[in-house]
Design a protein around this ligand. Structure first.
Ligand code: ADP
Ligand code: MG
Length: 141
């Protein structure tokens, strides 16, 4: 059975810099995701570290958090049936060299780090990530 879910998308600094935001948002809407919250932010290093705390012991943590705080990002709260898995599929593999044709990362990602977009990977991480960037009153009903 399909269930209505929320997930967090981030248009990362590389994609904002390239002017890809409009195309990515259009792709989300075309694929029947409802945008229930959206804002542009420029987070600092500590805020990026808090968001990616789950990756603290990974070798790429330092570089990733520098990258994510290097320029403006757009955070988007999405709602749809099966939003989490459907958005992961639309986003494509972490490494764009492995991303399928038609995915956002295939089109816009430069490499495994500067890979254009983020997407929550499970219900608990989606809840944490949405609440990291949005207060309840900021999300549309
Ligand atoms: P995803 O974003 O597909 O869920 P992960 O959660 O594994 O991927 O990693 C979080 C982010 O860290 C990736 O989107 C990417 O920006 C970066 N990253 C992941 N693996 C690597 C790596 N091997 N080298 C550099 N950066 C990486
Ligand atoms: Mg992840």
């Amino acid at each position: 059975m399909k269930t209505l879910q929320r997930t967090l998308s981030i248009i990362k600094p590389d994609a904002v810099e390239k002017g890809a935001a409009g195309d990515i948002i259009h792709t989300l809407l075309e694929n029947k995701f409802r945008t229930i919250g959206m804002k542009m932010l420029h987070i600092n290093k500590a805020q990026a570290e808090g968001f990616y705390a789950v990756h603290v012991s990974r070798p790429f943590f330092e570089s990733l958090t520098n990258f994510m705080s290097s320029g403006p990002i757009i955070v988007i709260a999405l709602e749809k049936e099966d939003a989490i898995a459907d958005y992961r599929k639309l986003m494509g593999a972490t490494d764009p060299a492995k991303a399928e044709e038609g995915t956002i990362r295939k089109k816009w990602a430069a490499n495994i780090e500067k890979n254009a977009v983020h997407g929550s990977d499970a219900e608990d991480t989606a809840r944490f990530e949405l609440s990291y960037f949005f207060a309840g009153y900021e999300l549309a009903k």
